[in-house]
Ligand binder design. Structure first.
Ligand code: SF4
Ligand code: SF4
Length: 128
């Protein structure tokens, strides 16, 4: 986690690199069910309370709809479901159990701690 000058904690979603050996150690550790095996479809509703999603254009989609895999070769993380384990654990659990250290911060998905806490509340239908 980085700390920028205005004291806002800057974190990133985690991404799995091509070094993944498909061992499955990370998948059961994710509190948001954000990790999927390569080639497997993902759903907002897996491991969350997201039965329905409101999209940016105002339309609504069923949270249990299957979405295309982000990777077909190695395990992958859905950025919109990754909170870097904030609110559950002190550190990203996938990174802490990965035997080849291929769960790394994703510079393309940078969010501050407040945003990640709000995402956790959104995923699990918690009051904030
Ligand atoms: Fe899941 Fe935590 Fe890894 Fe994100 S950092 S994918 S929430 S285990
Ligand atoms: Fe891949 Fe690491 Fe997860 Fe194993 S723990 S499946 S090597 S990302």
């Amino acid at each position: 986690m980085l700390l920028c000058r205005n004291k806002i904690a800057i974190t990133m979603a985690i991404i799995i690199t091509s070094e993944c050996i498909n061992c499955n150690a990370c998948e059961p550790e994710c509190p948001n069910n954000a990790i999927y095996e390569g080639g497997a479809s993902w759903r907002f509703s897996d491991g969350t309370k997201l039965t329905e999603i409101e999209l940016e254009d105002g339309t609504r989609m069923d949270g249990s709809l299957a979405n295309d895999p982000i990777s077909n070769d190695v395990y992958y993380i859905v950025p919109s479901k990754c909170t870097e384990c904030i609110g559950f654990h002190e550190e990203p659990q996938c990174a802490s159990v990965c035997p080849v250290d291929c769960c790394v911060p994703d510079p393309d998905n940078v969010e501050d701690q407040e945003t990640l806490l709000a995402k956790k509340a959104w995923l699990h239908a918690e009051l904030v």
